[in-house]
Design a protein around this ligand. Structure first.
Ligand code: FAD
Length: 363
């Protein structure tokens, strides 16, 4: 039996699902999306991400990140055209944040003392006191990757095409409309809903627990010298954060950022931009060889909206208007680093719906 699957999105979540589903024998996949790689739009989160791997889950909900890391590590090592490269993550815990019990806006698990991910990430080490900047309680380093999303998303499209996935542009008012959009001409058996932030507006879903967390960034030409620093907080406000990551293949260095809930403003704020650059250069003077923010060479300013869902990501099946829908949305600030783990669960749910026996995972 051939299952016709309709994937209603082309962000990192939808494309990864489309690829993993298309690799399975018997599936025919059509991707329908309002936005595609190459577009920059405030409703389309994936192009704005850094993106790197900084584990954020707590141990008991870490499946998505645990299952994704080996895939991203392999792509960085073996598939240079995918646009990932290996970098060293440096996670710093400030004394004042440890003292108040870590109210970091960005991550639950990233800054924890003795983190679960020390077993997962290669070359994990706690930093000795001699390597800690002033004001830091502690910190750790581990091998991670940075993804050039401008290369990686089109690469995913290419991989999907290679596995027979077909693409269509359309704006869905209601999730059920997708059932009639399969390129096979037949009604789709299953719809995958990976609509990201727009899950809050999509008919049939209308998930009002999905909110934006606005992330402003500055992309510069300066190099970060293979280190990706981030800290548990900063003195510029509770919704401002500090991170630096250099993208692979000439993608520039992303300086961040902010994490402002329920703010849909697509316009970069110049005052925030200055604070972002100051924090980055202060934390990582190597960026400008100690010459301050005037020596930053700006490529562009940007804003993306992380799709945050109260209660966490939604990955489950639901019968809507007589067609099975498998939801995969609400990935907040970890959509890349959880992408393959979530797609693996989507494949399992599709298998449950069509009654196939458990497949051996290819991840
Ligand atoms: P999206 O990328 O928004 O894609 C949604 C898709 O659904 C689009 O194709 C859209 O057109 C389509 N769609 C929606 N509604 C409809 C409709 N009605 N009809 C047709 N199509 C529709 N993650 C990491 O893992 N690491 C990082 O370092 C990282 N850094 C980040 C930094 C910033 C500044 C931001 C903003 C995010 C960051 N993230 C990071 C988070 C990550 O970008 C998101 O979790 C991820 O991109 C969400 O992808 P998605 O596919 O679910 O949604």
């Amino acid at each position: 039996m051939t299952d016709s699957l309709l994937n209603d999105s082309a962000g990192v979540s939808g494309l990864t699902c489309a690829l993993e589903l298309a690799k399975q024998k018997g599936n025919t996949v059509t991707v329908v999306a309002k936005h595609m790689p190459g577009d920059y739009d405030i409703e389309y989160t994936s192009p704005w991400a850094g993106a790197n791997v900084l584990p954020m889950a707590l141990s008991d909900n870490s499946r998505w990140e645990r299952r994704t890391w080996p895939v991203l590590r392999r792509l960085a090592a073996e598939v240079p055209e995918a646009g990932l490269h290996v970098q060293t993550a440096r996670v710093l815990r400030r004394k004042k944040d440890v003292a108040k019990g870590f109210k970091a806006v960005l991550a639950d698990g990233l800054f924890m003392l003795d983190p679960w991910y020390k077993e997962l990430m290669d070359n994990f080490r706690e930093l000795p006191a001699s390597e800690l900047p002033e004001g830091m309680h502690s910190g750790c380093e581990f091998t991670s990757v940075c993804i050039n999303t401008a290369i990686y998303l089109p690469w995913l499209v290419g991989q999907c095409a290679r596995h027979g996935v077909r693409f269509k542009r359309a704006v869905l008012k209601h999730i059920s409309e997708a059932a009639n959009m399969s390129h096979t001409g037949r009604k789709a058996d299953i719809i995958i809903n990976a609509s990201g932030l727009l899950a809050c507006r999509l008919g049939g879903v209308m998930d009002k627990t999905v909110h934006p967390a606005r992330g402003q960034i500055v992309v510069v030409r300066n190099e970060a010298k293979s280190i990706m620093p981030t800290s548990s907080g900063c003195d510029d406000g509770d919704d401002e954060i500090m991170y630096v990551m250099q993208r692979a293949l000439g993608g520039g260095t992303v300086l961040g950022g902010t994490y402002t809930k329920d703010n849909w403003d697509p316009n970069p704020d110049p005052n925030i931009a200055v604070r972002i650059m100051k924090r980055a250069v202060e934390a990582h003077p190597e960026l400008t060889d100690g010459k301050g923010i005037e020596a930053l060479s700006i490529i562009r300013h940007g804003v993306g909206l992380r799709p945050v869902r109260e209660g966490g990501v939604r990955i489950e099946k639901e019968l809507i208007d007589g067609t099975w829908v498998v939801h995969n949305y609400g990935h907040a600030g970890w959509g890349y680093q959880g992408s393959y783990g979530c797609a693996e669960r989507v494949v399992e749910l599709v298998d449950e719906i069509v009654g196939r026996s458990k497949r051996t995972s290819k991840l």
